[in-house]
Design a protein around this ligand. Structure first.
Ligand code: ATP
Length: 249
């Protein structure tokens, strides 16, 4: 075992098995993602991507296995504000009476004192994050009154405002137009260059090489974790999707 803290993986999941009743969603998944890079997560519908994210943030408890984030427990990482999660849109209650600005401010909660009162630095971080995802003009709008792409960008802004060192994004490009996708890719790349670790699932295989240097093919188990160019080879995609090359591109 490597005991050098400097090379300890930022995301270290070992032997994760998750069952929902009779459904085996994750089967002995082991995944180690080094710090400072973007890792893609791909797999067909129902392959366990969302379950893996939820397990990595502690929303789903695995029947077996363990997760370590930045060398410690999930709860500690969350408490420090080091772990940000952008859920799939279906997992969010869009009727909740919160404005875009308030959602983004939630990213600062781990850093606010017990009074939960935002300080100047918190407001500045929220302002900057909104600006970066180009949502400043919609900051006071209720989150349910946004388009699908704007909703995604609001949650990406929450992750940015949090200043987390590990960012988990579950299909941040779903329903997002190409310019907004390019904006999100640029922001994630910048975060990775400054030392953050990003795990991002996507069905947009064409965008993957421009986004992630390494990728994981999931089909309940990790089929392959390698350089993105290797992962995207037709024979590997065929294993993950059970289809020919044309059908999945
Ligand atoms: N709350 C739940 N209760 C029961 N089964 C579930 C639940 N959540 C997910 N599943 C099942 O677990 C498996 C993995 O689902 P998961 O949502 O993790 O896949 P996914 O790769 O994220 O899919 P998609 O690409 O469609 O978002 C599927 O068979 C799904 O039907």
């Amino acid at each position: 075992m490597n005991t050098d803290a400097a090379v300890e993986p930022a995301i270290d999941a070992s032997g994760l098995t998750v069952r929902y009743g009779d459904v085996l969603a994750l089967d002995d998944v082991t995944l180690r993602v080094p710090a400072g890079g973007v890792c893609g997560l791909i797999g067909m519908n129902g392959s366990g991507k969302s379950t893996l994210f939820k397990t990595l943030v502690g929303l789903v408890r695995p029947q077996t296995g363990e997760v370590r984030i930045l060398g410690g427990g999930i709860r500690e990482a969350r408490r420090r504000g080091d772990l940000a999660y952008v859920p799939q849109s279906e997992d969010v209650d869009w009727a909740f009476p919160l404005s875009v600005r308030e959602v983004v401010m939630m990213g600062r909660y781990g850093r606010l004192g017990f009074t939960r009162r935002a300080r100047r630095g918190d407001r500045a971080a929220v302002y900057e994050a909104l600006d970066r995802v180009e949502l400043t003009e919609l900051a006071d709008r209720q989150i349910g009154r946004l388009s699908g792409g704007q909703r995604k960008r609001a949650f990406v802004a929450r992750g940015l405002a949090q200043g987390a060192r590990v960012l988990l994004l579950d299909e941040p490009f779903a329903g997002v137009d190409k310019p907004s996708e390019a904006t999100i890719v640029r922001l994630l790349t910048e975060r990775a260059e400054s030392g953050c670790t990003v795990l991002v699932s996507t069905h947009d295989l064409q965008a993957l090489p421009g986004l992630a240097t390494e990728s994981v093919l999931l089909r309940r188990r990790v089929l392959l974790h390698a350089a993105t160019t290797e992962v995207l080879r037709p024979e590997n995609l065929a294993r993950a999707f059970g289809l020919g090359e044309e059908s999945v591109a």
